[in-house]
Design a protein. Structure first.
Length: 388
């Protein structure tokens, strides 16, 4: 089997507004706000009629992202086998460019094709493993002769920066919807960040765990004061995500030793070889990984092995993922050992999706597709409707 064509299409899908239940738009961060999100859908075709799909965010512009995928990566992989994902990932090279970031969507499309070709879901190709915290009836009944039950993955609710009282409302909505973890953006005003967590914690009587993500928005002293203030209130975060700038591993190490709030680098993990440096510096209590900058499922599996070998728990980042990338994350979280914390998601907040059977978020969980490949079909009418 050979790859015959690679095409990239950009769609722009709106978020449900804040006044709707579980709506989060506009989603405010330390860097701006989001009311909709442009996503690039990558299609890989083969000479045997099989098609696979990948998805990524727009970088610089839709035209630039599409050009790198079609004109940069396309000629490097067309004519080669989609089964050889690891060889392709290691050989794809464009000078002065972190090309793995763009190759990731092509790589996941190849996994989709391989799964279809052999009649197996991607998670089975990865080993079909599930963390103890994620175990459901499927694993408990493994010895029985009855068909396996559906497998689900728990996710964390994601929320932008809001005033404390508005955050209360969303925390209650998340808890009522069955989520057990809420991640909120932060970083514009560290004192209000503390008040927001206190307000949400009070609203749900401590029934939610919280993640706080300033996207590098604090200085070291501010991060210390945030962590200490929450400790003084008896609030212990599940983790504090990338509180300070990247490549400041000694400063992150100082935070891990001074605070009882777990420190979880995210943007730092996007940089090649940073995982080793973070581990050696003692600068990471939890790792927040992302398959796109890692180069796809193969790169994510490599990173997972590094942090698991170091005894560090890890989870997966959210990048406003539509159904295609959400499916990839589901397979990865189920199929790669070590995912012991819920991945982030905003899937519940989309106005629409580009797959024919959108996922249902039930009690904060999404079913892992057990159909061959990624187990999703792309709705071409929806693609045309959302295409920019």
């Amino acid at each position: 089997m050979e790859i015959t064509d690679i095409t990239a299409t950009t769609v722009d899908v709106p978020l449900r507004e804040l006044d709707e239940t579980l709506g989060i738009g506009p989603y405010v961060t330390n860097h701006g706000q989001v009311e909709s999100m442009e996503r690039v859908l990558v299609r890989v075709d083969t000479d045997e009629g099989l098609t696979g799909w990948g998805e990524m965010r727009v970088f610089l512009s839709p035209r630039a992202t599409e050009a790198i995928i079609e004109d940069g990566i396309g000629p490097l992989v067309i004519g080669q086998s989609p089964f050889e994902t690891e060889r392709l990932r290691r050989q794809v090279f464009i000078e002065y460019t972190n090309i793995e970031l763009f190759f990731a969507a092509v790589e996941t499309a190849c996994w989709d094709i391989v799964g279809q070709a052999v009649g197996k879901p991607v998670y089975e190709l990865l080993g079909g493993w599930s963390a103890p915290e994620q175990t459901t009836a499927r694993n408990r009944d493994a010895a029985d002769a009855e068909p396996a039950a559906e497998q689900e993955i728990e996710f964390a609710f994601c929320l932008g920066i809001l005033p404390p009282e508005e955050s209360r409302v969303k925390a209650r909505e998340a808890l009522d919807a069955g989520f057990s973890v809420l991640k909120t953006k932060a970083g514009q005003n560290w004192k209000q960040d503390v008040e927001r967590i206190r307000a949400m914690h009070d609203e749900v009587d401590g029934e939610l765990e919280f993640r706080l993500d300033p996207n590098q928005g604090w200085t070291v002293d501010q991060a210390i004061r945030v962590g200490a203030a929450l400790e003084d209130s008896g609030i212990y975060l599940q983790y504090m995500e990338q509180p300070i700038r990247t490549n400041a591993h000694q400063q992150l190490s100082n935070l891990t030793s001074r605070l009882r709030q777990p420190i979880a680098p995210n943007e730092d993990t996007y940089i090649p070889h940073n995982l080793r440096s973070l581990i050696e510096a003692g600068a990471m209590d939890i790792a927040v990984l992302d398959l796109t900058p890692a180069g796809g499922i193969g790169g994510l599996r490599q990173q997972a092995a590094i942090v698991e070998d170091a005894g560090i728990p890890f989870t997966h980042h959210c990048a406003f993922d539509l159904g295609i990338r959400t499916a990839v994350i589901l397979h990865a979280a189920h199929g790669i050992p070590g995912f012991s914390l819920p991945p982030d998601t905003t899937y519940y907040a989309w106005e629409g999706d580009v797959i024919e059977s959108p996922f249902e978020v039930t009690n904060g969980r999404i079913r892992v597709p057990d159909e061959p490949g990624l187990g999703i079909d792309v709705d071409q009418d929806a693609v045309e409707r959302f295409q920019i």
